[in-house]
Design a protein around this ligand. Structure first.
Ligand code: TYM
Length: 332
């Protein structure tokens, strides 16, 4: 017996980062045996900010290959592309009509992201409603995400509760966030007050899952630290704290153990050790990724997405039908 249904997704707005891996993907791989799991590539979310069509298409396929390279097994998980299941957009509309402007205005991610845009699109504002639709469509019990998505999970729960109580019916399962203790908040290597993001204009700020060994080590050498020259897990040393966090979430050592390991050793050696540990962890992932890139795997990749979309559509259709009935739409 599986313990419940898990659902999560990542936007194909670039090559995935070490943050996506430690905060999400790695945990997805760990739970694939115990739960019924559905993972998608959130292309509808990606267009909430401008995207180059060619890059978006390529990044979607690359995201799937990164999912597989990180160890997601297509025979154990339903893997699909969000836009292949039209019910996401349809449910989002119904939920839009059950969500308040005030609650969306409080979303911190909207506040951050909208500041970086010249013309802020309505989709960026509505984004959490689409995310709620993704989750509620499959009646997910748990949603494994990084810390930055906690608020979006809260609003999903609010929207689901409100819909259920408005119509006096348990149409939606109330989902819970699954946030791991380590790696849930990996910060930028250049500005440790900001989260590491795949769309950061400065490539030195993030580690891409496909960065080669020399690039990874170079980025860690250039990571922002401080002048204290002491490896301490402290809020006064956010850069160092982030490096300890990365190192401990890969090695499984506690921050205290890491502090002891590098006691009296300068930042140079510490950064080198973190860089090498990350490069070692990403090496097998990259090997698998480049194998998958071979043209003969094209069919295999297409098939995973085709089958995934079929299974996902079946489940999505059931929920949407119930929502349409409950909402009061006249049936055919
Ligand atoms: P996205 O694409 O920004 O990130 C994908 C996942 O990676 C996590 N993550 C991080 N974890 C730790 N440190 C970081 N620096 C870091 N950066 C990203 C995110 O928390 C996330 O788990 N809105 C979502 C995609 C989405 C979704 C959903 C997720 C759309 N619909 C439904 C779950 C359920 C997003 O933009 O993730």
């Amino acid at each position: 017996m599986k313990k419940g249904l898990i659902l999560s997704g990542i936007q194909p707005s670039g090559i995935l980062t070490l943050g996506n891996y430690l905060g999400a993907l790695r945990n997805w791989v760990d739970i694939q045996e115990e739960y019924e799991c559905m993972y998608f590539i959130a292309d509808l979310h990606a267009i909430t900010v401008p995207q180059d069509p060619k890059e978006l298409r390529e990044n979607t396929k690359k995201a799937l290959m990164q999912y597989l390279a990180c160890g997601l097994d297509p025979s154990k998980n339903v893997i699909f592309v969000q836009s292949h299941v039209h019910e996401h957009a349809e449910l989002a509309w119904v939920l839009d009509c059950n969500t308040y402007m005030g609650e969306l205005s409080r979303m911190t991610q909207f506040k951050d992201k909208s500041q970086k845009q010249v013309n802020v699109r309505v989709g960026l504002f509505n984004y959490p409603v689409l995310m709620a639709a993704d989750i509620l469509l499959y009646q997910a019990d748990f949603v494994p995400v990084g810390e930055d998505q906690r608020q979006h999970l809260e609003i999903t729960r609010d929207i689901a509760r409100r819909y259920n109580s408005t119509y006096g019916k348990q149409v939606f399962t109330i989902p819970e966030a699954f946030i791991s203790e380590t790696g849930a908040k990996i910060m930028s290597l250049k500005d440790p007050e900001k989260k590491m993001s795949k769309s950061d204009p400065n490539p030195l700020a993030f580690i891409s899952l496909l960065d080669d060994r020399d690039t990874i080590i170079k980025k860690f050498k250039k990571a922002t630290t401080d002048s204290m020259n002491e490896v301490r897990f402290s809020d006064e040393q956010l850069g160092v704290k982030n490096l300890i966090n990365i190192y401990s979430s890969i090695t499984g050592k506690t921050p205290l153990e890491v502090e002891r390991e590098f006691e009296g050793i300068g930042y140079g050696k510490f950064k080198m050790a973190v860089g090498e540990t990350v490069a070692d962890a990403l090496e097998p992932i990259q090997k698998k990724y480049y194998e998958l890139e071979a043209p003969e795997n094209e069919e295999y990749i297409k098939n995973i997405l085709k089958q995934g979309a079929e299974i996902a559509s079946g489940k999505a259709r059931e929920t949407l039908k119930e929502v349409y009935e409950t909402t009061g739409f006249y049936s055919k």
